[in-house]
Design a protein around this ligand. Structure first.
Ligand SMILES: *Cc1c(COP(=O)(O)O)cnc(C)c1O
Length: 397
């Protein structure tokens, strides 16, 4: 058999991860991913999903998916540019443009795919990308794929971004320069300083690219972080995901018609990967209607976020500086963070510990994601567990 070097590589590296406690064991759910989940027969209050508005398990979305499947089938049958564009894909993109207050939009199979598609469709070897150091993995990979020079700036440091933009532009070395950022940073729940970023971009002629995966459905009454700041016509690329607040799967770019036309002929996942399934699209269309008709779910999400934050703060936890419903509880040491998460699980709360290398060393945290679907009783129960475990592990007095 060939591949002995592969065996050695896998054994050595898996062993090392397990020794360091960095090997992630996956817990399969035996229930839908709602506010309460079941794992190994155990009921748990779920504070780990990105299902912000509870739409992933909503009956109306399930019905929308079933109807689209009955009408169009289980699969789209081809990539978008051959004959995998169904009438509902077109309807979806028109609706996304309305949702984001832009001229046009293009849908992809995931948010991750979106960043693989959009960055390299416009950026190339002779260009530079100014990138926040805490940007999502898919942004980093998308930037690499473009072969542009990547210049990182310290997290949300606008003086550093200004200097970098000025230097890059004045060097005369680059044709196009892009600034790229998450709208909402998912580990701390803080929001990008978009008004300052836009000002710097306008002074130094930068292309602006905001990946608002955690902001869509959450910020700006649902339309996202760009809308929250009133910048819908001043950001070139607005990326969103259909997999988090929207509750299904997929991603999109919203922007000027010319940009979207270009992406339709040049972005590789659009050209070479089969389109979103009819069922996905049917459910997403229902979700977008719900989001545009009413802000009730959005209001409940924020109310639950505030309630959980206040409760944890009153107990004496350090919850960082989140500006969104994302609620980190800072623990510190890696082992202590994992021990905390494990005890929460045993007491009936599912909240993942996030440690190095996802966050810096010594900055381990439990990340809590309250949703619109949680009841007050569920949150109170979770707070009780937090109090008990916090005292037991010496984090609370
Ligand atoms: C989650 C996330 C993605 C990936 O979105 P999917 O639709 O799950 O592929 C992309 N970018 C950012 C900033 C994210 O937080």
């Amino acid at each position: 058999m060939s591949g002995r070097s592969l065996d050695a590589f896998l054994e050595r590296n898996l062993e090392e991860l397990k020794e360091k406690g960095l090997y992630n064991e996956i817990d399969p759910l035996e229930s839908p991913n709602g506010p309460v989940i079941r794992i190994r027969g155990k009921e748990l209050i779920n504070l780990s999903s990105n299902n912000y508005l509870g739409l992933a398990t909503d009956e109306r979305l399930k019905k929308g998916a079933c109807e689209a499947i009955h009408r169009y089938g289980a699969g789209a049958g081809a990539v978008r540019t051959i004959n995998g564009t169904l009438a509902i894909h077109v309807e979806l993109e028109e609706k996304l443009a309305r949702f984001k207050h832009t001229e046009a939009a293009i849908a992809y199979q995931s948010g991750f795919n979106c960043n693989m598609a959009a960055i390299s469709a416009v950026m190339d070897k002779e260009d530079a990308i100014l990138s926040d150091e805490l940007n999502h993995a898919s942004i980093i990979d998308g930037c690499r794929l473009s072969r542009a020079t990547i210049l990182k700036y310290p997290h949300s440091d606008m003086d550093a971004l200004y200097r970098l933009a000025k230097e890059a532009r004045e060097s005369g070395r680059y044709k196009k320069i892009m600034v790229i950022t998450d709208g909402v940073f998912s580990m701390d729940g803080d929001v990008a300083k978009l008004p300052e970023i836009v000002k710097i971009a306008e002074e130094w002629d930068l292309i602006t690219y905001v990946d608002d995966a955690h902001g869509s459905g959450v910020m700006g009454g649902g339309a996202g972080t760009v809308k929250h700041f009133g910048l819908s016509d001043r950001i070139d690329f607005q990326i969103g995901t259909l997999s988090k607040a929207v509750g299904v799967v997929g991603g999109y770019v919203a922007g000027k018609r010319k940009l979207i036309d270009w992406l339709k002929v040049r972005s590789r996942p659009f050209l070479f990967s089969t389109s979103l399934t009819p069922g996905d699209v049917g459910a997403i269309l229902v979700a977008l209607d719900l989001l545009m008709e009413s802000q009730e779910l959005n209001r409940r999400l924020w109310e639950n976020g505030r309630y959980l934050k206040n409760g944890l703060k009153e107990l004496g936890f350090d919850i960082g500086n989140s500006e969104t419903p994302i609620t980190p509880v800072l623990i510190g040491e890696e082992e202590k963070t994992q021990a905390f998460s494990k005890r929460l699980y045993e007491e009936g709360v599912y909240a993942k510990g996030i440690v190095f290398p996802t966050v810096p060393k010594g900055k381990g945290r439990i990340r809590n994601m309250p949703t619109a679907a949680h009841t007050r009783e569920m949150l109170d129960q979770a707070l009780d567990v937090y109090e008990r475990v916090g005292k037991e592990l010496g984090i609370l007095r």
